[in-house]
Write a protein that binds this ligand. Structure first.
Ligand SMILES: Cc1ncc(COP(=O)(O)O)c(C=O)c1O
Ligand SMILES: N[C@@H](CCCC[NH3+])C(=O)O
Length: 478
């Protein structure tokens, strides 16, 4: 990095420095450390071993499994073995994730035909699978109910009619249904990921529609009411929001009980936050969350004179998030003038908003550190950008990196395991990165990185013209 201008805001702020794994282990897969030669090691594997594979998600599967187990143990301990945990597949899904969740005793929460199909084909126990969605398609419903999944979470009154119709068409008479209730608790980070305030698309309002839905499902001859569901949002650190939502749901449980309708289960959704940078607090341990939920639910139930229903939850981010890091290779580095006499250092990496849309979509903050070496150079405030044709293609707005970073260095971004790969796109026809599992020092590709041919194969005209010239579709197969 060179230039005659002073860098913008030369003061290196501690909160913009990426915490080393030893200082903030919660940001990294467990056991991540920096070797004596400065190389970062994840899952026992030196990240320099993956230098040829960047950009890539690096997934510590043992870390994912341990986080899943921690939720299962915490909930079962707090709720005397009567709780259940469903992994929210939208955070990150592949067959391996299903196996790991399953081995830890978790069910799978899905939200589309694709997620459902992946869970079922990977061998998830159907009774432990749930299906969400504010506009479920007939084909999705048919697949879900004929596979015998354990819960369809209805999201509107209309959908109850559709579910009844589909159940009859499929010859089924005992379809398990939960009613998604909008509790009115507004929690979570960005507005786009808060889901339980009134004026948004999800759920049925506590102020009327939820009770109506419960009555209709209860009265149905083909549906079976198994519980109420609430999801208040995502990236939440304060346990009070979950407790408040649960307490409001219990009020509805008590009202319904007076009408003779029994609610056996409350699903409190997902939402526990994780730390993305050194400025974020450490999230509470699942044990702490589970114990607080138990205490508050017990108090609310006692106050209303009702028995405590079974409790389930659907964590996604808190299981998948810290289990993956993103590994990029640094390319162009340049200083851009921003103000009189000042410059900002732009560090370009070989990925961008197509593998991490969260900064552009939610203003999410990330941090990064050199993965291939340590440096004693002074720190400099940088902006990490991708290689898309878009000035908003910013992966990290502000991070302090050693002033001697150079083309070819590896950059590790922690906590990308949730809503990273899952929200990746092909913008600018970039190929989506793969996911490399690391465990015991070994690397294994679990999701192959896309090739340009993978992307172009969907264009039927290109396939047809390749067929004509080569006489074989293999030409396009990458
Ligand atoms: C219904 C439902 N359950 C679970 C989750 C998972 O949330 P998180 O990844 O924040 O734990 C979500 C996403 O926010 C959701 O919409
Ligand atoms: N996609 C969001 C959270 C998921 C919201 C799902 N209800 C994120 O990246 O933070």
């Amino acid at each position: 990095m060179s230039g005659t201008h002073a860098p913008i805001d030369t003061a290196v702020r501690a909160d913009l420095v990426c915490p080393e794994p030893a200082a903030r282990p919660d940001l990294w897969p467990a056991g991540t450390y920096r070797r004596e030669d400065g190389v970062l090691v994840v899952g026992g594997l030196a990240l320099t071993e993956l230098a040829e594979s960047t950009p890539t998600f690096v997934w510590d599967t043992a870390d994912f499994a341990a986080r899943a187990r921690r939720w299962a143990e915490a909930m079962n301990e707090a709720f005397d073995g009567r709780a259940h945990v469903h992994y929210a597949a939208k955070a990150f899904l592949c067959a391996r994730a299903v196996h790991l969740a399953n081995d830890a005793g978790l069910g799978i929460d899905t939200a589309s035909a694709g997620e459902l199909e992946c869970a079922l084909r990977a061998g998830a126990t159907p009774e432990l699978v749930g299906l969400h969605g504010n506009n479920k398609l007939d084909a999705e419903i048919d697949r879900a109910i004929t596979a015998g999944i354990g819960r369809i979470i209805v999201d509107s009154l209309d959908e109850i009619d559709v579910l009844e119709e589909r159940a009859r068409a499929c010859g089924l008479s005992d379809v398990p249904v939960m009613v998604r209730v909008t509790s009115g608790v507004h929690a979570g980070g960005h507005e786009f990921i808060a889901t339980a305030h009134e004026d948004q698309k999800f759920g049925l309002s506590l102020s009327g529609a939820a009770a109506q839905a419960a009555r209709r499902v209860e009265a149905s001859d083909v549906l079976r009411l198994i519980g109420l569901h609430s999801h208040i949002g995502s990236q939440i650190f304060a346990i009070e929001g979950f407790a408040e939502a649960a307490s409001r749901l219990l009020e509805l449980v008590a009202d319904l009980a007076e009408e003779g309708i029994t609610i056996d289960e409350l699903d409190l959704g997902g939402g526990l936050g994780i730390a993305y940078t050194g400025a974020d607090p450490c999230p509470p341990h699942p044990r702490e969350v589970a114990a607080a939920l138990r205490a508050s639910l017990e108090e609310s139930a006692a106050m209303r004179g009702i028995a405590l229903p079974r409790v389930s939850i659907e964590p996604g981010r808190s299981i998948a998030g810290p289990s993956q890091i993103m590994l990029y290779t640094i390319g162009t580095i340049k200083d851009q003038p921003v103000d009189e006499g000042q410059v900002r250092t732009y560090v370009s990496i070989d990925g961008g908003m197509s593998d991490n849309i969260r900064p552009a979509l939610y203003g999410a903050a990330y941090t990064a550190t050199l993965a291939n070496r340590a440096s004693a150079a002074p720190l400099r405030r940088c902006r990490v950008v991708g290689r898309h044709c878009e000035s908003g293609d910013i992966v990290i707005h502000d991070v302090c990196l050693p002033a001697d970073i150079r083309r070819g260095d590896l950059l590790a971004v922690p906590a990308v395991g949730a809503y990273g790969h899952a929200m990746a796109s092909n913008y600018n026809m970039l190929t989506r990165p793969g996911v490399i599992a690391v465990a015991d020092g070994e690397a294994e590709t679990v999701i192959a990185r896309e090739t340009v041919d993978d992307v172009l194969r969907r264009d039927r005209d290109l396939v047809a013209s390749a067929d004509k010239t080569a006489g074989t579709p293999e030409r396009m197969s990458g």
